[in-house]
Design a protein. Structure first.
Length: 653
């Protein structure tokens, strides 16, 4: 039924932790989230995972503990290499983190499971199963067992998530009738790992990409800038958020992680670091707008389909040629015979459709023009037949999948139309990037989305020859291999590189060690091609972790293999901010104050000279003193935000 594995005690019983975090899940996101909470925020964690198939209950403590030690040791080492930090007092010993993580094995998050996990004393619960229905069922159970617990739920369905969030918050308020709603700590946050990771995955296929975060009703636009050329001056935007690694735009570079002498990415650099960084790209806070990016989205679907969906390019060019020929004959007839242009055009059309009288006895120019018009009419007849047949075929297949056009080039080949691939497809189309999808399951989740967006799809197994060729891989700008199987992504990348050695490739890989080995091998074999590997759980984990700390998180953007967070924080109770100027409150590599909330009520004396948009003031004067009543928006690293929240002290900078 249930199994409890920890250092002690070994028998199932209520959780010995108080104020701990409970994570329930069945895939990589749950493991990443538990590691994030332990190794970044220093929280004690109870992890509920499904039991291994065929494992007896008596075998759970020994096998579970060995698996947990290997899991958290490997992930913690990878997180420490990428700037995640280690828990307080660990001194680099990853086994110390395992001792603060309690693991339960249960098939379902039932009442008994959640009670044994200690939901009555937990401060937050994350439900991150890969099944929306299971997460909803567990959320309703958790809210009933503890109305004040903070819930973080993983849902793919956005609209359902909004309704569920409202429902659970109302249930929490009704369950505590005598408590001030403002003091009620219970809150519900619904997130989607697909929505969180899609912009980062799409950005790897593009250069100079832009990420947009919605905060306080506004849109924060963070843009990636390439290194300025000789004589050019880099535009810092509102502020510089990050310096990209010195090897970011070098195909043979490893994003600063394992290149000899390479400088890795720097988050929240100071002015001296920005000035000294020559030849390095940057991520800048470019603009804050009220309208948001939706207004610039291209129209991709609707009641009226574009003309190109019904008639091929060759047919359209042929029709244009015949039309120009008829126009030329009408002009020639008017000039040679002296007729009125309309009468000359009328006679030309009659000749074109063989409806006019033979020009016997007429002047020679008129006879020649009539013969040419007849020839043009012979050309028009098959053109009209082809147009009718093509339009009929297009109407019949309007609800079916499109094939890649013959002359297509400069597109992105997207492999896999599951949850992640579907979100990435939508994001790429919002950016106006042409896409060709490859999927072997005709009933995949994203097939209907691709049909609605009129995106070409090649149905077939990517490991078979001819599938990538059908997707025009040799003319594409890049490959996004986003299936859930690492070996399939790797095989597709290797085969694509054999067809186009300099192809830009992004692989979705879970295991960090495997990803590193794959990257180094591909870099050695193809030094002139750009290769990147990304993990969805690694990209989404920080957003889920900060949501478990409260509603302060506004959004997150990935910077290569690191993550930068945006949060709204009350200045009161934070000695790093209270009573300090904006300049003094800035700590390079940790956090930076970006904006001040001036929404009423607000004390007089707001900083002058700032441009007010909505309820936030941007471009704060460096000398403005932060007061306890202020509420600020900050950009922070994961460790920096953990320190600001008071969860743990930094073990290293």
């Amino acid at each position: 039924m249930l199994g409890s594995v920890s250092s002690f005690p070994q028998q199932p019983q209520p959780s010995p932790f108080f104020g701990h975090m409970v994570v329930c899940g069945d895939d990589a996101l749950a493991q990443r989230l538990a590691v994030e909470l332990r190794y970044v925020y220093g929280e004690r964690v109870t992890l509920v995972v499904p039991p291994d198939p065929g494992t007896a209950r008596s075998e759970l403590p020994l096998s579970g503990r060995g698996r947990a030690t290997a899991l958290f040791g490997r992930m913690a080492s990878a997180m420490n290499r990428n700037g995640g930090g280690l828990p307080r007092g660990s001194d680099g010993d990853t086994n110390a983190g395992v001792e603060a993580v309690r693991i339960l094995q249960a098939a379902e998050p039932s009442d008994e499971t959640l009670e044994e996990a200690g939901i009555d004393t937990a401060s937050a619960v994350a439900l991150v199963y890969d099944d929306d229905e299971r997460n909803i069922r567990a959320a309703l159970t958790a809210r009933r067992l503890n109305p004040r617990v903070r819930l973080v739920i993983r849902l793919y369905n956005r609209k359902l998530g909004q309704h569920l969030e409202t429902l659970l918050d109302q249930a929490a308020a009704l369950a505590s009738p005598g408590l001030d709603p403002a003091a009620l700590d219970a809150s519900t946050t619904v997130l989607s790992d697909a929505d969180t990771a899609a912009p980062a995955l799409a950005a790897t296929a593009l250069a100079g990409s832009t990420r947009v975060i919605r905060a306080e009703g506004l849109f924060l636009r963070a843009a990636e800038r390439t290194p300025p050329r000789n004589g050019q001056v880099a535009d810092p935007g509102l502020c510089t958020l990050a310096l990209l690694s010195s090897t970011t735009h070098d195909p043979a570079g490893a994003e600063g992680s394992d290149s000899s002498g390479a400088e890795g990415p720097q988050l929240l650099p100071d002015q001296a670091q920005v000035a000294a960084a020559t030849g390095r790209g940057t991520v800048v806070l470019e603009a804050v707008t009220q309208s948001g990016p939706a207004a610039s989205k291209p129209r991709m679907s609707g009641r009226s389909a574009p003309l190109s969906q019904f008639f091929s390019r060759r047919l359209r060019w042929s029709a244009l040629g015949v039309g120009l020929a008829v126009l030329g004959l009408a002009v020639a007839s008017s000039l040679t015979t002296g007729d009125h242009p309309l009468h000359a055009a009328y006679l030309t059309l009659l000749d074109l459709f063989a409806m006019g009288d033979p020009a016997i006895g007429d002047p020679t120019p008129r006879q020649i023009i009539q013969i040419l018009s007849g020839i043009a009419g012979l050309m028009l007849l098959p053109l009209l037949v082809a147009g009718v047949l093509e339009a009929f075929g297009s109407l019949r297949t309007a609800s079916s999948l499109r094939r890649p056009p013959r002359g297509l080039s400069g597109h992105v080949v997207l492999l896999g139309l599951g949850k992640i691939g579907t979100r990435v497809l939508v994001h790429l189309r919002e950016l106006g990037i042409p896409v060709v999808c490859v999927e072997d399951d005709p009933d995949a989740r994203g097939i209907a989305v691709a049909r609605r967006l009129h995106v070409p799809v090649v149905l077939g197994d990517v490991t078979h020859e001819g599938v990538l060729e059908a997707a025009k891989i040799t003319r594409s700008r890049g490959l996004l291999a986003l299936t859930s199987v690492d070996t399939t992504n790797l095989e597709a990348a290797l085969y694509a590189r054999s067809l186009k050695p300099n192809l830009r490739v992004t692989l979705r890989l879970f295991d960090d060690e495997f990803a590193t080995a794959v990257y180094r091998t591909l870099r050695t074999a193809h030094p002139q091609a750009l290769t990147r590997s990304r993990s969805v759980s690694h990209l989404a984990g920080p957003s889920f972790a900060v949501a478990m700390m409260g509603r302060q998180i506004l959004g997150a953007i990935p910077v290569e293999r690191k993550v930068m967070l945006f949060a709204a924080i009350e200045v009161a109770g934070h000695p790093q901010l209270e009573g300090r100027t904006v300049e003094q409150a800035f700590r390079a590599g940790a956090w930076r104050v970006l904006a001040l909330d001036v929404a009423p009520p607000h004390a007089p004396g707001a900083p002058g000279g700032a441009a007010e948009q909505g309820s936030l003031v941007w471009n704060l004067h460096p000398g403005y003193v932060l007061r306890p009543t202020d509420r600020v928006v900050v950009a922070a690293t994961r460790r920096g935000l953990a320190e600001l929240l008071g969860r743990r002290a930094l073990t290293r900078r």
